[in-house]
Design a protein around this ligand. Structure first.
Ligand SMILES: C[S@@+](CC[C@H](N)C(=O)[O-])C[C@H]1O[C@@H](n2cnc3c(N)ncnc32)[C@H](O)[C@@H]1O
Length: 278
């Protein structure tokens, strides 16, 4: 049962679902009623509202872009970790990058990667680690674009400072090479090395909007993002990913996501890795 502090009718829940779908393409399942109540309670308190209907009115008629952003931030799920779904990074280091290095020879030593829905940054930093470790130290032009809709998580990503707990399972050599341990007031925290930070551009971007970049990208990571989108939205998005990837570029999706019956522009390579085929 949702709490009793605020009046929250079925109609209000449907309204919240409609707004988040319009703004972010996110489809909230029936079972998310309690989640909506608890995540948005803080927003209602902020305005002194007692009823969700007033908050929905504010969102729909208030012309308040900042509040719309807070609303979206409150409802997105930002769970992530370094080297989440490690098979993707093993494939990248063991197969994809070695064959790219061979194929590119001495010309076109350039790689463009997009981490779409990067949350607090662990994904793009993990990609940066593998690129730095696998590509020759000099002569390669490497850029990673990391985007998210949620401005709060993006600020954390840009800062590149993490609690020790979040990196403690990385190998000793990776920790030494890619992270600086904080001291004194910063004890218990690590900062990512500038050599990683320098590869990444962080930008706020709603995947539903027009994309300001032209690409093309060699690789796109869009993992554990489309799980919240309905099928029609997924179809449009994967079509756009195919358009902005190079021919035979790779797309990595999350463990419970699939392109099966969604698009035919990609060939599955297994383990939620896809290659553009048309
Ligand atoms: C569960 S996290 C996944 C993070 C990372 N990709 C991973 O797999 O570890 C999903 C992220 O997608 C973002 N997101 C959701 N809807 C979005 C949209 N319409 N445009 C851009 N990002 C969105 C959320 O803000 C959230 O940070």
């Amino acid at each position: 049962m949702a709490g009793t502090e605020f009046e929250f009718s079925d109609q209000d829940f449907q309204r919240v679902r409609r707004i988040i779908n319009q703004v972010a393409g996110i489809s909230l399942a029936d079972g998310k009623r309690e989640l909506v109540y608890s995540r948005l309670s803080r927003r209602l308190r902020q305005y002194g509202f007692r009823r969700f209907v007033d908050y929905c009115d504010l969102l729909e008629t208030g012309n308040d872009e900042a509040e719309l952003r807070e609303f979206v931030n409150a409802l997105t799920t930002n769970l992530t970790s370094f080297f989440r779904e490690p098979h993707h990074f093993e494939f990248l280091a063991g197969e994809l990058l070695p064959s790219l290095i061979r194929a590119r020879g001495s010309s076109n030593r350039r790689i463009r990667v997009w981490s779409a829905g990067c949350s607090t940054g662990e994904e793009p930093y993990s990609i940066a680690i593998v690129l730095r470790e696998t590509l020759p130290a000099t002569g390669w032009d490497i850029k990673i674009l990391a985007t998210d809709l949620d401005s709060n998580v993006l600020a954390t990503a840009e800062r590149g400072v993490y609690e020790w707990n979040r990196v403690k399972d990385l190998s000793e050599s990776r920790l030494r090479r890619w992270f600086h341990k904080g001291r004194n007031a910063q004890a218990g925290w690590v900062r990512v090395a500038p050599a990683l930070r320098d590869l990444i551009t962080f930008r706020q971007l709603n995947l539903m909007d027009d994309w300001p970049m032209r690409g093309p990208f060699d690789l796109i990571f869009c993992r554990n993002v489309v799980i919240y989108f309905d099928k029609a939205t997924q179809q449009i998005l994967f079509e756009r990913y195919a358009d902005i990837l190079i021919e035979q570029g790779h797309l990595f999706v999350g463990h419970s996501e699939s392109l099966f019956k969604v698009t035919e522009r990609f060939t599955p390579l297994g383990k939620t890795i896809y290659q553009r085929c048309r």
